[in-house]
Design a protein around this ligand. Structure first.
Ligand code: UD1
Ligand code: CA
Length: 440
């Protein structure tokens, strides 16, 4: 089966410079959600037009066809004719329907196969059908779809609408595709007219009703984007809670689709967890943002920002810590208030409680980093490494001018500027001696 996703349109109603299908729902571009579903059933062809380069650079490996002028959903399928002809059947859906589920496509496919149908489409009963194509039926067959703009007042009352997902036998579709025209109020080639053309040729279209009405939402505006995003967000939170995660307030928690969280981890409100973050069991997270990171078990994170980092068991972080790309915290590390770490590994039991910057560093186990310690890793041109071995006590307000190496069990005096390497077991001073004189 070939799947075609139509995504060439301008998306005028979005009022945006970003192509409509690249707008994110719960953290993922809409079209990616659709692609993840269709690719489960075989090859997918994207129909691209408006700002196609931006979409291609986001999904460089996907097959696409270029619809230079967006003359309508029917036209988008017409230009895909040669690709369609290579397959026995074809699923067509829209790139702005990100809530459609794999199960729904499977259900369609099952009925299509079981009843050996030529054509099947997805419909939904809604209270307010405004804007959607209305379904016209005779004896359980769909005989036409009437678009909002073409609908008579009586047809506008119809509550069964076109979701915009169709499955055709290639033979049936190709037998009528060329007959599509643009004689309608928008002057567009409507894909929806295919149903009437099939019916005229005695080829029947069956419909299947959506079980979960949320899936029918097509995103045409920023308001609908927020609605779709929120539905996906709540669905993800439900899944997590079913898997044993404790979410204190689902109305104020933002967790993206690909995040994995273990049992009995507690997520407090105002937490944002993004990308392919993985969090283990029994962690506690208070109002933090975590992106693309791996966090093991029994970790406590309080009001902090963690990006592209790797955190092992029993680590405590925060409040107000910033862990940037390439931070590795081994077991039982403690990071406290206003500490920033970047591209550094802190081994077991390292403690850095207050007001510190650690960049491009490696710090051995059991070392204590005093308040106000700074690694000066940047000389204006290049970045340099700071290496501090195990069991050290780095006095408060120590400045380490990288590249610099501090041996095992070293003590640096508070306020020192360390410019040269220090051997094991030494005490290093790097500050002016205190002078006391009489006041004038
Ligand atoms: C369409 C359906 C309508 C259905 C609704 C469901 C038609 C004529 N109408 O209306 O029956 O209820 O979806 O959400 O199909 N596109 C192209 N090339 C084009 C025009 C559009 O690729 O020339 C793409 C758009 O990028 C979009 C999708 O097709 O992703 C649907 O187009 P849109 O204009 O949003 O259709 P609707 O008016 O929502
Ligand atoms: Ca739409």
């Amino acid at each position: 089966m070939l799947s075609i996703i139509l995504a060439a349109g301008k998306g005028t109603r979005m009022n945006s410079n970003i192509p409509k299908v690249l707008h994110k729902v719960n953290g993922k571009p809409m079209i990616q959600k659709v692609l993840e579903n269709t690719s489960h059933f075989g090859e997918t062809l994207l129909v691209l037009g408006h700002k196609k380069e931006e979409i291609i650079s986001t999904f460089p490996n996907n097959k696409y066809i270029y619809q230079e002028k967006q003359l309508g959903t029917g036209h988008a399928v017409l230009i895909s004719k040669d690709e369609i002809a290579k397959h026995d059947d074809v699923l067509i859906c829209y790139g702005d329907g990100p809530l459609l589920s794999k199960e729904t496509i499977s259900n369609m496919r099952d009925k299509f196969d079981k009843e050996n149908l030529d054509s099947i489409m997805l419909t939904c009963m809604v209270d307010n059908p405004t804007g959607y194509g209305r379904i016209i039926k005779e004896n359980d067959n769909v005989v036409d779809i009437v678009e909002e703009k073409e609908a008579t007042d009586t047809q506008k009352e119809i509550k069964e609408i076109n979701v915009g997902v169709y499955l055709f036998k290639t033979k049936a579709l190709l037998s009528v595709l060329d007959k599509l025209d643009n004689n309608n109020s928008k002057g567009e080639y409507y894909l929806t007219d295919i149903i009437k053309l099939l019916n005229n040729n005695n080829l029947k279209t069956k419909s299947i009703l959506l079980k979960d009405k949320n899936e029918m939402i097509g995103v045409n505006s920023k308001k609908e984007l927020a609605i779709a995003s929120n539905i996906l967000r709540l669905k993800k939170l439900d899944e997590l809670m079913d898997n044993g995660v404790i979410i204190i307030d689902p109305n104020n928690t933002y967790i993206e689709d690909d995040v994995i969280i273990g049992k009995d981890t507690v997520i407090y409100p105002n937490t944002i967890i993004q990308g392919k973050t993985k969090i283990g069991e029994n962690c506690i997270i208070y109002s933090s943002r975590i992106e693309e990171s791996t966090i093991a078990n029994n970790v406590k994170i309080d009001n902090s920002l963690i990006e592209f980092s790797n955190i092992e068991n029993l680590v405590t972080i925060g409040p107000y810590a910033h862990l940037r790309k390439g931070t590795n915290l081994k077991e039982k590390v403690h990071i406290g208030n206003f500490v920033e770490i970047k591209n550094s590994t802190l081994h077991k039991n390292v403690k850095s409680g207050h007001l510190t910057y650690i960049g491009d560093s490696e710090i051995g186990s059991n070392t204590n980093i005093g308040a106000g310690t700074i690694t000066c890793n940047y000389d204006g041109k290049n970045k340099h490494k700071t290496i501090i071995d195990e069991e050290c006590f780095i006095g408060s307000n120590t400045i380490l001018i990288a590249p610099v190496k501090v041996g095992k069990n070293v003590l640096t005096a508070a306020g020192s500027v360390i410019t040269k390497d220090v051997e094991d077991n030494k005490l290093a001073f790097g500050r002016a001696k205190q002078v006391v004189i009489n006041k004038k």
